[in-house]
Write a protein of this length. Structure first.
Length: 298
């Protein structure tokens, strides 16, 4: 089972610190950003401590990790030319940084049409991807399934398939299957998982799913809100998430937790990472209703 979580990257250790954090959670894979997800400020690759990170990965038995593109990249913006230009140029930079760090997968939110309609946004996303992807691009872009809030594109498998259809080098495209987003978009992964998987297989192909984001949801199905919850404490539930984690076609791809930190009841400025405890719970296969209390007591 390839199981890990989002980890940070900061301080003097940088990427090496990311690996240390993942190992501290008992993970054998992880997801990282190449810099802050909210801005374009990036440290030079020589300052990321990449060689040391790879040494730690080898020592800890981690062979695979994935990178997430920053949220500020919006390839679907058909209104602001400067915003779109920045998105395309920065995506190209992130592809290079992902390759330099040693990953072959960059997860990307497809984009938002900012009120101009799906077709207008789709056209820009396809144009942007065609601008950065070549036959020799060493990194695959994994388009994330979206919850459908606002003007997000990618709220259905069909919308993602239309992106595939327009991209010349679509062999460089993959899918990141986010359980919370798929639930919030309206797919019944609790009661009809086999039907959902058959649908994604027929529309895009299960072989194209390269990453699973494992998140419970605070919302009922079809809410289109995208609010993650800790494993087993949301509307999807532990058993349904375990069926996805153990789904045979997903056996050899990274499963990444993006669940929320547990807030301190005594200090509003403090919260605690749940990943060590959630990973252990998932490995045990048994839901622990006292998980949050144990995190706070640790």
């Amino acid at each position: 089972m390839l199981l890990g979580s989002h980890v940070g990257m900061s301080g003097k250790d940088m990427f090496a610190g990311s690996v240390k954090e993942a190992l501290s959670y008992g993970a054998n894979t992880f997801m990282v950003y190449t810099g802050a997800p909210q801005n374009t400020r990036r440290k030079s690759l020589k300052d990321l401590n990449i060689e040391k990170a790879h040494e730690l990965m080898k020592e800890g038995g981690i062979e695979t990790f994935v990178v997430h593109a920053p949220y500020i990249i919006n390839l679907g913006n058909p209104v602001n030319a400067d915003t779109y230009k920045l998105a395309v140029e920065f995506l190209e930079i992130e592809l290079s940084r992902t390759a330099a760090m040693g990953s072959d997968t960059l997860i990307l939110h497809p984009g938002s049409h900012v009120g101009e309609g799906f077709d207008a946004g789709l056209k820009k996303i396809i144009s942007g991807l065609n601008s950065v992807l070549t036959a020799d691009t060493p990194v695959n872009i994994a388009l994330e399934t979206m919850a459908g809030k606002g003007s997000e594109i990618g709220r259905s498998f069909e919308e993602l398939a239309k992106i595939y259809d327009g991209v010349k080098y679509n062999d460089k495209l993959r899918i990141c299957f986010d359980t919370c987003h798929v639930n919030d978009a309206g797919y019944d992964i609790v009661n009809r998982l086999d039907d959902v998987m058959a649908e994604i297989d027929s529309v895009i192909g299960l072989k194209n799913v390269a990453v699973v984001h494992v998140n419970d949801s605070k919302n009922e199905r079809s809410a289109h809100k995208d609010r993650h919850e800790n494993i087993g404490f949301g509307t999807i539930g532990f058993d349904a998430l375990m069926r996805i984690i153990n789904y045979a076609p997903f056996e050899n791809i990274p499963k990444i937790l993006e669940t929320p930190y547990v807030p301190s009841p005594d200090d509003s400025k403090k919260s605690f990472a749940p990943y060590k405890y959630e990973i252990a719970m998932i490995k045990s296969g048994v839901f622990d209703p006292l998980l949050k209390e144990k995190i706070l007591q640790a």
